[in-house]
Ligand binder design. Structure first.
Ligand code: UGA
Length: 434
């Protein structure tokens, strides 16, 4: 099939590369000319494990190409995927300006019947709006059927999630379009859930809100565990064995970040409010998360008092491992709080320093080597559980820091390991060793 993907962000690029890998003829379009130039030269603008080789292979064999020309991209496509960003506006709603641009462009450029499939996370009702925009502007003799097809790709494991996802959601009342979409995904052998457009849109928000709730729940419990002398990892293991609860997304830490959970929970709260049905539960989930991101700094103050002029090694800037993305990362909140306290911050991350630098500039120092970050620091805060951080022996803290104090926001080290070394170790599981 001839497929066009609108948007060369992480969802668009992963979708393009994976559909090309399935044997389709894929064109990926983006309005950012520099991004397209870069991709045409074989360089990916994002770090995603496995993506570079898929892009390279499929560009080389002619299955995948990039363009900034809407006519070239849309005129002959059988299916167009919309995978453009829907960033949060100031009031928490999703900004649909890129969706509008693409919908207009599709309407003006198509020269044959087409299925328009929305992957971007959009508020309930948006696909009906896209249908209206296209219908009112397209040539009258052509059919364009809009289908909601939300994505469930995680950054860092997006390629695996594409090929081995838990489900594919197809939202449409048009059986012909549903059949074509089902055929497209058939080779993946992933359960397909066929539903109406609005339910499909809601499934995306509900999934992210549920996972965010699970994280805030376990973080809330971790704080209670600390007070009563229980270990949250033991508790998570104990409850996770119950199939109704499940073992995933029960890692206590510094809260959730990234471009999805914070944005989508806020958008759902906003939507519920607009419908005059405020979501007290999701409001609490967000509140718990905001508090959790500041926890390492609170613990630091409790441990060493004033942080003024204290040297802090911040280990990890990405919102989670295996990505260079720092959007809404807990590390950014930690930096803000540390600077407010007058601390001097030196941050290490194996991939995310360039992105962090764009936001934080010269307010902190950056270290491409973990040992350099730790050198002479008064305090280390682990914010991202990168392998490069987890696999560093606790001995290294002792050899590089004056009097090692480690606040582990991701519970990276097992109990037996901690007990071997003379360091002050404070985790978010209620464990403190001095
Ligand atoms: C999330 C969803 O997991 C995807 O299914 C969805 O497609 C995506 O959002 C999206 O809407 O595009 P992602 O933001 O890439 O994916 O990252 P996750 O792996 O879900 O992690 C989100 C945050 O939760 C991270 O900051 C992570 O550190 C935190 N987290 C996760 C925890 O603190 N504890 C956990 O147990 C799990």
């Amino acid at each position: 099939m001839k497929i066009t993907v609108a948007g060369a962000g992480y969802v668009g690029l992963v979708t393009s590369a994976c559909l090309a890998e399935l044997g389709h003829q894929v064109t990926c379009i983006d309005i950012q000319k520099e991004k397209i130039d870069m991709l045409q030269k074989g360089r990916s603008p994002i770090y995603e494990p496995g993506l570079d080789s898929l892009l390279e292979k499929n560009q080389r064999n002619g299955q995948l190409n990039f363009t900034a020309n809407p006519h070239h991209a849309y005129s002959k496509a059988d299916i167009i995927f919309i995978a453009v960003g829907t960033p949060a506006t100031h009031d928490g709603l999703a900004d649909l300006k890129y969706i509008h641009v693409v919908a207009h462009s599709i309407a003006h450029c198509i020269e044959k019947d087409v299925i328009v499939c929305t992957k971007s996370t959009v508020p309930v009702g948006t696909n009906d709006l896209i249908q209206e925009i296209i219908d009112s502007r397209k040539p009258p003799n052509l059919k364009a059927e809009v289908v909601a097809n939300p994505e469930f790709l995680r950054e860092g494991s997006a390629i695996i999630d594409f090929f081995q996802g838990d489900r594919i959601v197809i939202g449409t009342n048009n059986s012909e379009a549903a059949l074509i979409m089902e055929q497209l995904y058939l080779p993946l052998n992933i359960p397909i859930i066929r539903t109406d457009i609005r339910s499909a849109e809601m499934i995306k928000y509900a999934s992210n809100a549920f996972l965010a709730t699970k994280i805030s729940f376990i973080n809330e419990l971790a704080n209670i565990c600390e007070k009563v002398g229980a270990d949250i990892q033991e508790v998570a293991n104990g409850i996770g064995h119950d199939k109704r609860i499940g073992p995933h997304f029960l890692n206590a830490g510094i809260g959730y970040g990234g471009s999805c959970f914070p944005k989508d929970t806020k958008a759902l709260v906003q939507l519920a409010g607009n419908m005059k049905h405020p979501s007290e539960l999701l409001e609490a989930v967000i509140k718990v998360n905001n508090r959790q991101q500041t926890l390492p700094v609170l613990k630091a103050k409790e441990t060493i008092g004033s942080l003024k002029d204290k040297k802090v090694a911040l280990l990890g800037l990405a919102f989670k491992p295996d990505t260079d993305d720092v959007r809404e990362s807990g590390s950014l909140t930690i930096v803000k709080e540390l600077l407010k306290e007058g601390a001097v911050v030196r941050a290490y991350d194996p991939f995310a320093i360039p992105n962090a630098q764009r936001i934080l500039g010269n307010t902190i120092e950056y270290a491409y080597d973990i040992r350099f970050a730790l050198q002479d620091a008064d305090l280390a805060i682990i914010a991202t559980e990168w392998d490069q951080i987890k696999h560093i022996s606790l001995k290294v803290y002792g050899t590089h820091m004056k009097d090692p104090i480690v606040i582990d926001g991701r519970n990276c080290y097992p109990l037996e390991e901690i007990q071997k070394y003379p360091i002050t170790y404070i985790s978010v599981e209620g464990l403190t060793f001095i």
